[in-house]
Ligand binder design. Structure first.
Ligand code: 9UX
Length: 72
């Protein structure tokens, strides 16, 4: 089954920032889709909970250099 997580991502100032977040998240196992909206400071991720969880995704966003909070 598939799950959805939405994160607030603070610190992205350009579309390349959003691209680097998307790329890093999509490299994780168990990611169905990742969409990052720089204008609204949001990342929406569809994933398979058997392979990855919200906290691993959140930490991956932080590793790229942005403050991430799970909001949904
Ligand atoms: Mo975005 Mo460019 O914050 O270094 S400004 S990737």
């Amino acid at each position: 089954s598939e799950a959805k997580a939405v994160f607030s991502v603070i610190g992205m100032t350009c579309s390349a920032c959003a691209g680097s977040v998307e790329k890093a998240v999509k490299r994780l196992p168990g990611i169905r889709e990742a969409v990052v909206d720089v204008l609204n400071n949001r990342a929406q991720v569809m994933f398979y909970p058997s392979f990855v969880n919200e906290e691993t995704i959140r930490e991956t966003i932080e590793d790229v250099g942005f403050q991430a909070t799970l909001i949904q």
